[in-house]
Design a binder for this molecule. Structure first.
Ligand code: SF4
Ligand code: SF4
Length: 445
């Protein structure tokens, strides 16, 4: 494959934002192809254009002045069919930061492309009006909770109304069970350590995470306090901007990042803890996201250096061993943004193995994407389903009673697959199992 020249010409390239593309990161690719066998979309479709190497080529050709392939819907199809799972990063011997490069490519596309009005509406609603606004998000999830609790959902499904609603109906079928919205009030800005405080940590409760997985957040705080941590959960914190970064909405992502840095700088914490792998990877990469920001570049670096996945933090502080037996067969699925994005692989397994009585069954291809990938299961439903099918096949082979995975999107996606295949399995975050063990409660009891 002939490669374009490596020096872009910002004078003649008509694309807005192309001058900021990280050519040094893109240039690291030697086209060896070692990443191809690890790419889920390449495995499904067998197309070079749906491989990491092919996508890097497409970026190079589009962002240069000679431009043999224009930036258009066809180009975007391949760029957006990427899961941003970053398995190619782990495989790459040349250190190509594929996630950062593809996220920049999407941002340039979004600045230049004219999306259809319907797509513009949904994107604006999700990325600009809801995710950055806590009050609106609270209201939406309270309405969804009522919709599920008052029997309206049951009625809508019984009457077959969802089939008439097209895309909206499909999205409704992906809706998880929403917990009681009042549960969130149990998360306080300051939760003291149990006994003498040995650490002072910040906690990122997340946006959707806090709405749908409130119990997991509460379990995380309990585990931290059990391990001698004073936990600060600032009410002013914002959505981390991961979905924005993944989908090219960079201006909002930067605004959210600045706000989060301001909020956590005001707290004197030694570490900032997160239990969502996708958000954690983005928070650790604020440093790269803000490298051109004269005011925030250094501050972003300090912020990112404090970020820890909960499993990573517990390994660093030598966690108090749990004593409650959980005599259950458990398998562990690795969220892409934990294993590939953050290179955290052993720590969640160590937590699970520390629980007395728990039998950990290794999952074949545990490090492969489940097809969730943020909003990929909404934007690319067919590919997402195909990738999920492979994951569920391997999960079924384990005959486990519990599937543990540390990312909200993966929990929801695997729950969908488990339900569709009627597997007698519960999907949980590993920290919930540790919490149950501390309290001596059977998670399936
Ligand atoms: S991020 Fe994942 S889907 Fe995208 S090119 Fe790399 S391996 Fe393939
Ligand atoms: S493994 Fe790395 S260097 Fe080789 S083709 Fe893939 S991205 Fe390029």
């Amino acid at each position: 494959m002939q490669q374009p020249q490596t020096q872009p010409d910002p004078q003649t390239n008509p694309l807005i934002g192309a001058e900021f593309f990280s050519w040094n990161k893109w240039d690291a690719c030697t086209h060896c192809g070692l990443c191809l066998p690890t790419c889920p979309t390449y495995r499904e479709l067998g197309l070079e254009t749906d491989s990491p190497r092919g996508r890097l080529y497409l970026m190079g050709t589009a962002f240069r002045d000679q431009n043999p392939m224009p930036i258009n819907d066809d180009w975007a199809k391949y760029i957006y069919r990427c899961l941003d799972c970053r398995a190619c990063e782990t495989a790459c011997p040349s250190g190509v930061h594929f996630g950062e490069v593809i996220e920049e490519a999407r941002a340039i596309y979004e600045l230049n492309a004219e999306r259809p009005i319907e797509q513009r509406f949904w994107r604006r609603l999700a990325f600009k009006e809801l995710l950055p606004n806590k009050d609106r998000l609270d209201l939406v999830f309270e309405m969804m909770w009522l919709y599920q609790r008052l029997g309206i959902r049951w009625l809508v499904q019984k009457l077959g109304i969802l089939k008439l609603m097209g895309k909206l109906g499909e999205m409704e079928s992906l809706l998880p069970d929403i917990p009681n919205p009042f549960l969130k009030h149990n998360i306080r800005e300051f939760t003291p350590a149990k006994g003498k405080a040995r650490h002072r940590v910040g906690f990122i409760s997340g946006c959707v995470m806090n709405q749908v997985f409130t119990e997991t957040n509460l379990a995380t705080i309990r585990v931290l306090t059990e391990n001698g941590c004073d936990v600060i959960t600032p009410a002013q914190q914002m959505c981390c901007g991961a979905l924005h970064v993944h989908n090219g909405v960079r201006d909002t992502a930067l605004a959210l990042a600045r706000k989060n840095i301001d909020v956590f700088e005001a707290e004197d914490v030694e570490a900032i803890i997160i239990n969502s792998a996708g958000c954690g990877a983005t928070l650790k990469e604020y440093e790269a996201l803000m490298e051109h920001d004269p005011v925030y570049a250094e501050r972003a670096k300090t912020f990112s250096s404090k970020m820890r996945d909960i499993s990573e933090f517990l390994a660093e502080i030598e966690m108090i061993p749990p004593k409650g037996e959980i005599k259950r067969r458990v398998t562990y699925d690795e969220p892409c943004h934990l294993v590939h994005g953050q290179k955290v692989q052993l720590q969640p397994r160590t937590i699970l193995q520390s629980i007395p009585g728990l039998e950990l069954i290794e999952l074949t291809e545990s490090e492969w994407c489940c097809g969730s990938a943020g909003i990929y299961n909404i934007t690319q439903p067919e590919m997402s389903r195909e990738i999920l099918e492979r994951k569920i096949k391997h999960i079924a082979e384990t005959d486990a009673e519990i599937v543990a995975t540390g990312n909200p999107g993966c929990i929801l996606q695997i729950q969908l697959g488990v339900k569709a295949h009627r597997l007698p399995m519960k999907v949980m975050h590993p920290i919930e199992l540790l919490d149950r063990s501390y309290w001596g409660i059977d998670p399936l009891g």
